[in-house]
Design a protein around this ligand. Structure first.
Ligand code: URA
Ligand code: SF4
Length: 374
């Protein structure tokens, strides 16, 4: 059953990624028709997605067993059709090909992964697919040429200069169909350029832990050491976090740990890089990844460590000190436990206050352990 469920989900994603509409008619008669061959009975189930995405268009998706038609106001599910019922060409074809040629990155080409994402059976309905063999054949040469054109990178503390010389970021959310597991998602996130933070950081620091974890801990963003190591919560805040988890008898190896923002944001000061808070736009941009981690892992509970995580998970700023220890349930049913960020403990100077705060955090973690299993 799980295998079937997975196959159906995959089919639904493929349909969203690979349906290509062709325009027919002009002016008042203008409409868009696509031909698609799903493996499962997903047309009706998927139709709402297309209604939301293409509300302003009149469109029809034809498949062998069912069709979906949107006239701008009403959705109708009808009988199946034949491939010849759908138009084969339109003026947008050349545009698709130009677009695909431009977003194609020869240095990131992995033929196996690509064929897994875009199996050949879809090719004959994709205008851009005719380019694929040539692009693959030319990829090695194109990648070397690209490397030759690259500026050499200056030292990290000249990051501001470096930024100006980098190529224009490519859009991150086009064509790439959705990752189906955490390793695939982590791979995709390596090339993320959804916000400017990738430029000065060393690498994307993605979440870590088992993909069937009951609980996900969400921090703010990687720090200096995490940026260099590529792993979340391994620096000073991570040490505090680890030791308190240990005291609360939560096994870090059994939980998934990630951050709201996956690139280190800092201000250079001499040779040091000083942590700088991500802004609302960056948090919003990076939610793309966090949402997918939540989606794939489907935890029982999420723990927001600090204000940034809470803002990302709840979509708005919340007063952490007032709400710590609370569990907030989102509309989608996800339970979010709110607490402070462990670096808050690090910053307390007074020893007594520090111990008291550690104790409170420990109490929070014990509560988390109870909630994890329920
Ligand atoms: N602080 C965070 O929020 N995340 C890390 O990964 C490290 C420090
Ligand atoms: Fe992408 Fe997040 Fe890095 Fe911005 S911080 S580039 S959204 S991974």
């Amino acid at each position: 059953l799980e295998a079937i469920e997975k196959a159906v989900h995959r089919d639904i994603h493929k349909m969203r990624a690979f349906v290509r509409f062709r325009k027919i008619g002009e002016g008042a008669d203008e409409r868009y028709v696509a031909w698609f061959e799903p493996d499962h009975f997903i047309v009706e189930r998927n139709a709402d997605f297309f209604v939301r995405r293409f509300t302003g268009m009149r469109w029809t998706i034809l498949t062998p067993l069912a069709s979906a038609d949107w006239d701008g106001e009403r959705l109708a599910i009808g009988p199946g059709a034949a491939r010849r019922d759908a138009p084969a060409q339109d003026d947008a074809e050349a545009l698709w090909r130009t677009y695909f040629e431009n977003i194609f990155n020869p240095a990131r080409l992995k033929v196996k992964a690509m064929q897994k994402e875009m199996p050949k059976k879809y090719w004959r309905n994709l205008p851009e697919a005719s380019l694929i063999p040539d692009l693959i054949a030319g990829a090695d040469g194109a990648a070397s040429a690209m490397i030759d054109r690259m500026p050499t990178s200056p030292a990290p503390h000249h990051a501001k200069v470096k930024a100006k010389h980098w190529p224009t970021p490519e859009p991150a959310d086009v064509v790439a169909p959705e990752a189906e597991d955490i390793p695939e998602l982590r791979e995709e996130a390596k090339g993320c350029r959804r916000c400017p933070l990738w430029r000065d950081a060393t690498q994307t620091v993605f979440g870590e832990g088992p993909d069937n974890a009951f609980v996900i801990f969400v921090g703010e963003q990687p720090g200096d050491q995490e940026d260099l190591a590529g792993k979340p919560f391994i620096g000073p805040a991570g040490k505090v976090f680890d030791s308190i988890l240990d005291d609360a008898e939560i096994d870090r190896r059994k939980v998934y740990v990630t951050n709201a923002v996956k690139h280190f944001k800092f201000e250079p000061r001499g040779k040091r890089r000083i942590h700088s808070k991500p802004n609302a736009g960056e948090i919003q941009a990076c939610r793309w990844w966090l949402d997918k981690e939540l989606d794939l892992i489907k935890p029982n509970l999420v723990v927001a460590l600090g204000a940034t995580a809470a803002q990302s998970l709840l979509g708005k700023a919340v007063p952490i000190t007032k709400m710590r220890g609370d569990v907030v349930e989102r509309e989608d049913g996800l339970r979010v436990f709110l607490t402070i960020h462990p670096s808050f403990i690090l910053r307390i100077r007074d020893q007594e206050d520090k111990e008291a705060e550690k104790e409170r955090f420990l109490r929070d973690m014990r509560k988390v352990r109870e909630l994890m299993g329920s």
